[in-house]
Design a protein around this ligand. Structure first.
Ligand code: DC
Length: 207
């Protein structure tokens, strides 16, 4: 079974994807980490403005070394959003995502363009969303918990900026696939959101 989960930053899609993968015993790929890894390398090498260099970095990416703990910072999220708007970077990361999705037995992938571009054939597609304020609150707590100094206002502004860039870009923008089910997690706790996601996937996949 192939499950595609898309949605904006801090919507809860990553947590739901992980939980669904455990439930169905499927491999899971957080595709945001790929863009974050490219963004991080661009930052370290001072090459964020260089489109050609970012695509070269994407082509040479070692996917065995993706560390969520070091890649989930606000600065790297911002850099990821910048490189993710570049068609050459997206093209460089396309095939490895499709190969991951093609594993025998299926997989769970989460990102921005999984249901629309990477896996249009997915058995179940969820579009996970929540208000910018609630998403900012979640991201703020997460960053605070990791000791990153920031303010709620700054996080909200960052979320709005990323929404605009991820939805407004020409190449594979964040849009809901026509056959995706919307899951609004604004008023849901994690257990409620997971129960709703599971019910949708089971209904879609006929299990
Ligand atoms: O989900 P995330 O915050 O870790 O993603 C980081 C950035 O990567 C996000 O701002 C947009 C980009 N991204 C993308 O363009 N396509 C994907 N499939 C996943 C992430």
């Amino acid at each position: 079974m192939l499950i595609a989960i898309d949605g904006p930053a801090a919507s809860g899609k990553g947590t739901l994807a992980r939980r669904l993968a455990v439930h169905f015993r499927l491999p899971h790929l957080d595709t945001g980490l790929l863009y974050r890894a490219v963004g991080a390398q661009c930052l370290v090498r001072g090459l964020l403005a260089d489109e050609t260099a970012s695509a070269d970095i994407a082509r040479a990416l070692n996917t065995d070394a993706l560390n969520p703990d070091t890649l989930r910072t606000a600065d790297i999220g911002e850099a990821a959003s910048v490189v993710a708007a570049r068609p050459a970077v997206r093209a460089a990361l396309l095939e490895l995502q499709r190969q991951f999705a093609a594993q025998t037995g299926g997989a769970v992938l989460d990102g921005r363009d999984i249901g629309t571009v990477i896996c249009p054939q997915a058995d179940a597609k969820l579009f996970v969303t929540a208000t910018p304020e609630v998403r900012a609150q979640r991201r703020f707590r997460e960053l605070e918990g990791r000791g990153e100094a920031t303010s709620f206002g700054a996080v909200l502004e960052d979320i709005r900026k990323r929404d605009a860039r991820d939805s407004g870009r020409a190449s594979a923008p964040l849009v809901q696939a026509a056959d995706a089910v919307t899951l609004d997690t604004t008023a849901l706790g994690i257990e409620e959101a997971f129960a709703a996601a599971l019910a949708q996937v089971q209904a879609r996949a006929g299990r």
